[in-house]
Design a protein around this ligand. Structure first.
Ligand code: ADP
Ligand code: MG
Ligand code: MG
Length: 249
């Protein structure tokens, strides 16, 4: 699904990712934890092709393609989805219209026929119910005036509708109460499939009780310094990150 090899990346000429390597196979869930400022969001931004985040060396293949050669919109149409740490508000652009345009583009790209407005509406209403979001949110501006929790649930709804191959969730759990957290986890678990993978960035072991990862990685100082299974998350919760300092250095 995804093979990152010795990736170095900079933001505003400042080196952030330093020879980061990670392989994600189809069907796997990888959790990424690590201290603030380690480069976790930068990784998601570089993978999704956000302007300003420049890969300077190394390689990334996504479903056999050279990901770094693809325009951001092509990455999305190919099935890469990034749920933002801070979802943006786009006042005046209807949530529903944005979703329909995105789903249409993805379906056209993958050779599926365009959904009728009625079928799309039905799908969108089902997705909104699955994340406990009132369907009226579909009519509002994208994230306009949504609470923090509503924005995150809206992200998960978008993710469900896009049917991505690779889902990257950047701290989708931060700021969520326990009920919203379970809604997010239920959404992810319902989407788990043999041909779909997840990278879940989180600060809290708690989320991983609900979304059980195959692997847990610690990203520190721009690279992955330790990998393990779910028990690593418990160890981090108990001991923090400082015991990894030697490996970070
Ligand atoms: P994390 O998500 O692990 O907390 P980030 O990837 O957000 O870390 O940030 C890693 C480093 O990159 C930080 O020092 C941060 O200030 C810097 N950085 C990230 N994005 C930008 C940006 N758009 N402009 C300037 N610096 C940035
Ligand atoms: Mg952070
Ligand atoms: Mg971050």
């Amino acid at each position: 699904m995804l093979n990152i090899s010795n990736l170095c990346a900079s933001v505003e000429d400042k080196a952030i990712l330093r020879q980061l390597s990670l392989e994600v196979k189809p069907g796997e869930i990888h959790a990424i934890m690590g201290p603030n400022g380690a480069g976790k969001s930068t990784l998601g931004n570089v993978l999704s092709g956000r302007p300003g985040y420049e890969a300077t060396s190394g390689s990334v293949t996504f479903k056999g393609m050279n990901l770094l050669d693809l325009e951001p919109e092509v990455r999305a149409r190919e099935g890469l989805f990034l749920a933002f740490q801070y979802p943006v508000e786009i006042p005046g652009v209807s949530n529903m219209e944005l979703l329909k345009a995105a789903v249409d583009a993805r379906r056209a790209h993958t050779g599926q026929e365009e959904l009728s407005a009625i079928d799309f509406m039905k799908m969108a209403r089902e997705a909104s119910k699955a994340v406990d979001l009132d369907p009226n949110f579909l009519k509002r501006g994208v994230n306009e005036g949504f609470s923090g929790g509503e924005k995150k649930r809206n992200e998960i709804m978008q993710m469900m509708l896009m049917e991505p191959s690779l889902c990257i969730l950047d701290e989708t759990d931060s700021g969520l109460d326990i009920d919203a957290l379970q809604v997010v986890a239920r959404g992810v678990n319902a989407m788990r499939a043999e041909n779909r993978s997840f990278i879940v960035v989180t600060h809290y072991q708690r989320l991983l009780d609900f979304i059980v990862p195959d692997y847990v990685h610690v990203l520190a100082n721009g690279r992955i310094v330790k990998s393990g299974d779910k028990s690593l998350a418990l160890e981090l919760e108990a001991k923090g990150y400082s015991w990894l300092e030697n490996e970070v250095a």
